[in-house]
Design a protein around this ligand. Structure first.
Ligand code: HEM
Length: 159
């Protein structure tokens, strides 16, 4: 009989958990660079004003949270769940009106950021397909389904 008294293990994060993508991308330093580039594009692009306005002017703490989340989502250290619990991303995004244009603006920033950090092309494509699924799941307004502006070119499944 199991008499262990430890807490129930946390529910795994959705997405790429347990994947080798964290190491393939280059580890935490590259995730930090990715998040910096992501928000640089969000600040600079013409089509991201709406999603940028959803964020606070100072992005420091948002960047730190996204770095922790992405490290874990990519299969790296689990600091996000340790500090925040289960991400419940759809619930956490419910306060923001997210439709296809907002989803596609978010994805455009991430696409450019992956290019900026020099992600391997196959990894870049696989990650964009996974980001699409997560970003599409965040939609809470507008017609459903909403085809992507750019169709992901891989069929790789997230675990
Ligand atoms: C679909 C378009 C999206 C929009 C418009 C959006 C927007 C936002 C906004 C405004 C915040 C709050 C930032 C703050 O409090 O400073 C946020 C938080 C966050 N977003 Fe998104 N987001 C999107 C998609 C995504 C995707 C695809 C992911 C993951 C792959 C993601 C991961 C996160 C995380 C981890 C947080 C922090 C949650 C927490 O507080 O623990 N978001 N997002």
């Amino acid at each position: 009989m199991n008499t262990a008294t430890s807490n129930t293990p946390p529910t795994p994060l959705p997405g790429l958990l347990q994947s080798p993508h964290f190491a393939m991308l280059g580890g935490e330093a590259v995730v930090v660079a990715l998040v910096d580039a992501f928000y640089r594009h969000m600040d600079a692009r013409a089509d991201t004003g709406v999603i940028r306005a959803m964020h606070a002017p100072d992005l420091a703490s948002t960047k730190a949270v996204l770095v922790r989340f992405l490290c874990e989502w990519l299969g790296g250290p689990k600091a996000y769940s340790a500090q925040h619990g289960h991400p419940r991303l759809r619930m956490r995004h419910a306060a923001f009106a997210i439709g296809a244009p907002e989803r596609d603006a978010w994805l455009a920033c991430m696409d450019c950021a992956l290019t900026d950090v020099g992600a391997d092309p196959a990894l870049h494509t696989a990650l964009m397909a996974s980001f699409f699924k997560t970003a599409d799941f965040m939609r809470n307004t507008g017609p459903n389904p909403a085809p992507p502006a750019t169709v992901p070119t891989t069929t790789k499944e997230s675990p």
